[in-house]
Ligand binder design. Structure first.
Ligand code: 3NM
Length: 211
């Protein structure tokens, strides 16, 4: 049976923005800090390298009861039985991914335009990414910032969970939080933090422990 993505802070790996640490050690720190949703994203490794890291992280996420999502690699997601897959606009179309992965896996899609958000919901996505809200240097070939107006549109018109993403830092967190998206994603604010546990706790407190 499909598990519902929990509300709250959504973390993503970013090994090249992790102060020289590898994904596994950053993930361990994130889990100890109380992250409940984690996406594995790595655009630079071979499939085998990604698979090996995901196998280890799967065991950790089960121990910590954390909702685990794999970016793009449906085969890895199915093989390690993650709770979810995340697709970009240039990845396999949702219907094809659903056909391969079956009904029980959560599928999320990055969206950057109202039309993409409406289509994702119509085609059975389980959540959408809404971004980049602000300028981000974490993702290559990312589109221009979509701003708070797009977040407002999605919150008002899309009835599946919204994950606000892109350039979100502690300093602008409350600006996002007041729109009340189900999830807020911070990538480098967490991965590049000198003290991940302190940063995650500070963020959770600011969001009234909604994560
Ligand atoms: N997806 P940071 S923005 C992975 O807009 C990703 O779809 C985005 O990183 C989107 O929190 C992004 O460090 C990177 O700005 C966000």
């Amino acid at each position: 049976m499909k598990k519902q993505i929990p509300k709250g802070l959504y973390a993503i790996t970013a090994e090249n923005f992790s102060n020289g640490k590898d994904n596994i050690s950053v993930v361990k720190e994130m889990l100890d800090a109380g992250i409940k949703i984690l996406q594995y994203r790595d655009k630079y490794k071979t499939k085998l390298e990604k698979f090996k890291q995901c196998e280890i992280i799967r065991r950790l996420t089960l121990d910590y009861n954390v909702f685990f999502i794999i970016n793009d690699d449906i085969d890895i997601a199915l093989s390690i039985q993650s709770e979810g897959i995340h697709l970009g606009q240039d990845d396999l179309p949702l219907a094809k991914a659903r056909g391969i992965a079956g009904p029980d896996i959560t599928i999320g899609i990055s969206t950057h335009l109202p039309k993409q958000a409406l289509l994702a919901a119509e085609h059975g996505a389980d959540y959408i990414g809404v971004g980049p809200i602000y300028k981000t240097f974490t993702k290559d070939n990312v589109v221009d910032p979509v701003g708070l107006g797009y977040l407002d549109f999605c919150v008002k018109n899309i009835n599946i969970p919204k994950v606000a993403i892109g350039g979100i830092k502690f300093s602008n967190l409350l600006e996002i939080y007041r729109y009340n998206p189900e999830n807020i994603c911070m990538v480098t604010e967490i991965t590049a933090s000198e003290n991940i546990e302190f940063t995650v706790k500070k963020v959770k407190e600011a969001m009234n422990d909604y994560c």
